[in-house]
Ligand binder design. Structure first.
Ligand code: SF4
Ligand code: SF4
Length: 207
């Protein structure tokens, strides 16, 4: 696997940004608790996607990779090799894969995971105000207790029956928003180039 290097000062600032982000997200998850069924071992959100990472996130992930034992690193390397085999056969535009850091349905680098991983499970508020419900709702998971799949909308009736204090809310947590220049300025960080995790893990670039 490739080496990624970023100044320690920048990583320290990024850790402060993550603390700020996690506090916000914890609050969002708390107020949406009646609709959330996320639990350890539930890993649909770590599969079949692109997993965008910026150079800064990748640099932090490397810090985590260096803490892993050989057995776990070997498993990750095998996962990466399998993904690359699949990628060779792929002819479409957006290659999707299961995250190579997912071992036995748990994240091998949970503390170091990327920004998008931290937002999995919450609805996003689209720029037009629409509520974008997490995909796993359609698999009977988050928000499925109040979402009417046939009508493709939240059922007010079901929300009332649940007696929930807060209605399902969409949050301003798109990846684009969370990595925007305002946060770079505010935390004195530079997110840098963005590309799918698998491309970082298999490139020879140093960040
Ligand atoms: S880094 Fe961890 S949390 Fe993020 S997609 Fe991979 S396994 Fe899931
Ligand atoms: S977001 Fe959905 S798939 Fe991911 S852990 Fe939560 S319930 Fe499971």
């Amino acid at each position: 696997m490739t080496a990624f290097v970023w100044g320690l000062g920048m990583l320290e600032n990024y850790i402060k940004y993550l603390k700020f982000l996690d506090e916000k997200l914890d609050k969002f998850f708390r107020i949406q608790k009646p609709y959330i069924v996320c639990h350890k071992g539930c890993s649909g959100c770590c599969k079949n996607s692109q997993f965008p990472y910026t150079a800064l996130e990748m640099s932090y992930l490397l810090k985590g990779l260096l803490t892993l034992d050989k057995d776990t690193l070997d498993k990750i390397t095998k996962n990466v090799d399998k993904i690359l085999e699949k990628k060779k056969q792929f002819t479409g535009e957006r290659f999707r894969y299961n995250c190579p850091l997912l071992i036995d349905d748990c994240c091998a680098l949970y503390e170091y995971r990327g920004i998008v991983c931290r937002t999995f499970g919450l609805p996003v508020q689209a720029p037009d105000g629409a509520l974008l419900i997490p995909f796993c709702c359609y698999e009977g998971l988050n928000y499925s207790n109040v979402f009417d799949i046939d009508k493709n909308e939240v059922s007010e009736e079901k929300v009332k029956e649940l007696g929930s204090e807060f209605e399902p809310l969409g949050f301003n947590i798109s990846y684009q928003y969370l990595t925007n220049p305002e946060f770079e300025k505010g935390f004195n960080i530079v997110f840098g180039e963005r590309k799918p995790l698998i491309e970082w893990l298999t490139s020879n670039e140093r960040v």
